[in-house]
Design a protein around this ligand. Sequence first.
Ligand code: KG4
Ligand code: ZN
Length: 341
Amino acid sequence: MSYLILGIESSCDDTSAAVLRDEYLLSNVMASQSVHKEYGGVIPELASRAHQLNIVPVVDSALKHAGVEISQIDAIAFTRGPGLLGSLLVGTSFAKGLALASGKPLVEVNHLQGHILSHFIRQQGKENRSPKFPFLSLLVSGGHTQIVRVTDYLQFEVIGHTIDDAVGEAFDKCAKMMGLGYPGGPVIDRLAGEGDERRFRFAKPHIAGLDYSFSGIKTSLLYFLRDRLAENPSFIEENKADLAASFQKDLIDILLDKLIKAVKLTGIREITLGGGVSANSGLRKRVLSEGEKRGWNVYLPELKFTTDNAAMIAMSGLCKFRLGLTTTLDVAPVSRVSQMI
Ligand code: KG4
Ligand code: ZN
């Protein structure tokens, strides 16, 4: 049976809609919100207003680019959570309204599952490598840092997670402390390419098992900068690239330390990355090189599937729809999906 799935994503500050014909991507349209830049972070109230403005043209454009009418769609998949409640409400309400008006079934999607399943999206003319089950997913975003054991399309087990900040937050806060703007991850990534990663060292966490912690390293950078700035007010400006490179290397070391441990514990050598931080060029290189050294099969998401996008929501929706997992119209969004992944 072949299915056409419309996906809608509005969990944070990107409004996106996509159409899949089975695993094949027909369209993936995105409206990013620049309004948050001047505030140094996402302002929830402004994000929901921008979603409200963008959602109709974005969905319309995704259908047009795919060359399909809403009447041809088999199911409407939308992000139910986790994310910002006001943002999720816009996508959820829109999806419910569209489902009611068109008579199409609704499928709720967990945003984090979307990031993990993005590896199964196929594109015409591309290599389309997908991991084999079971695999480990290192899920690294602005809101989450997890190692997930995936045994089937909808069988997920979180085997490690952060006990405080997410790694994306650590990137963003580092950039903020250095006065580099928001979102900080891409700026740190670019600067790190020009710096010496061995120049500075920051405090590493000592957490048992497969869990992560990123609050200590952030505080370590804060005190380090405070002390250096007291001696030399131009310290950041003069050492920007080395600071970015060193901080990024420490974050990558922390991520890899637990990933290597997870491989040893589970014996699983199929490794995927997902989430906004998986766009980081240092992390991508490092996972590839560790993989080569240790005999892992590594699957890196294409850059357009690293940050929030509706293609991954449509992909997750397809997996659920194939199993008959649809959602009723009384569904409400949830900001946290505790262990629902
Ligand atoms: O997955 P995502 O788009 O949204 C969430 O679900 O959180 O991730 C956003 C996060 C931000 O913290 C951003 O700074 C980070 O991903 N990010 C990066 C890079 N591109 C985005 N971090 C490091 N290097 C990058 N190139
Ligand atoms: Zn995300």
